[in-house]
Design a protein. Structure first.
Length: 298
């Protein structure tokens, strides 16, 4: 929670500084919006996942046969978990200032599609018992054999989401070969697919132990029991605020089409809020980055 508050403060401070800087430069917006560009962007979003309890996953998947088992003496997963997920967006740009200004201002409007593991959790337990004792008739070495049974339940809450994305972009002269940009952005949307996946594993094996050097030999008599449950969930609502930082490269110098075509790299620190109907509302920090293509036609 402290991390989320810190990032929120940084985002708000960056937005204030951006607006203040351009206000000092006395940049005047044009009287009407001019649709001037088209954006394609693909990248990856990394985030810290929320670790949920077994009871919370029982709320997410009340009909799961796996979660109806008895796990009172199991150890629950703790700590932190991070994941990386793909991100794709399409947008149009509306220029708000003339090209001859030292800093160009534009409004970028579009949609983001991404998938993510929103909540993660698990429980596990290992049973160990004496199975047999063997003594070598040649060396006198004693070998102990233990029977081991490992049981675990892995739980994931995933969603695919479609968000509206709007951002105000401030860019150094885009007519130059290289340019830099920053701004402030906001997204909001719904999930188009939310589900909970439950996986049960039981692994039984026999290990041999050499009392002379403490070496565990190869398994024998191993077996695996695997089960899974997939549950559909209600739609998720979410929104986020972010500050984009990037560098833009104009591909061509001579041919008109390539002069209007740009490649850019963008990095976005992001504060994201997700509302899961079966659980609660929670926030997390995300770091998004990727490569984009921008084509200007005016």
């Amino acid at each position: 929670m402290k991390t989320s508050k810190t990032l929120a403060f940084i985002l708000l401070l960056a937005a204030f500084n951006s607006f203040n800087m351009f206000a000092q430069d006395k940049i005047k917006f044009s009287n009407k919006f001019r649709l001037t560009s088209f954006y394609l962007f693909t990248g990856i979003s990394t985030q810290q996942n929320r670790i949920a309890t077994l009871e919370e996953f029982q709320s997410l998947a009340p009909n799961s046969q796996i979660l109806k088992g008895d796990y009172t003496d199991f150890t629950e997963m703790t700590g932190k978990s991070r994941s990386g997920n793909s991100l794709f967006s399409v947008a149009v740009g509306l220029k708000l200032t003339p090209n001859n200004k030292p800093v160009n201002t534009s409004l970028r409007l579009g949609f983001n599609y991404f998938s993510s593991i929103t909540v993660f959790g698990g429980v596990y337990k290992e049973y160990r018992s004496a199975y047999d004792t063997l003594t070598s008739s040649q060396t006198g070495q004693t070998y102990y054999m233990d029977s081991i049974s490992s049981k675990s339940v892995s739980m994931q809450y995933l969603s695919e989401q479609l968000h509206f994305d709007g951002s105000l972009i401030f860019c150094t002269n885009s007519e130059e070969r290289w340019s830099l940009f920053t701004g402030i952005g906001f997204t909001a949307g719904l999930s188009i697919n939310a589900n909970t996946n439950i996986y049960y594993y039981q692994y039984d094996r026999v290990e041999s132990y050499n009392s002379g050097n403490g070496y565990y030999g190869a398994d024998s008599g191993s077996s695996i029991d695997y089960k899974s449950d997939f549950m559909k969930n209600k739609n998720v609502k979410g929104y986020s605020v972010y500050v984009p930082f990037g560098v833009d490269f104009r591909i061509g110098k001579k041919r008109e089409f390539w002069k209007r075509t740009h490649l850019y790299y963008e990095f976005r620190p992001c504060l994201s809020v997700t509302m899961v109907p079966e659980l609660t509302t929670f926030s997390t920090t995300k770091f998004q980055q990727g490569l984009g293509l921008r084509v200007n036609w005016k």
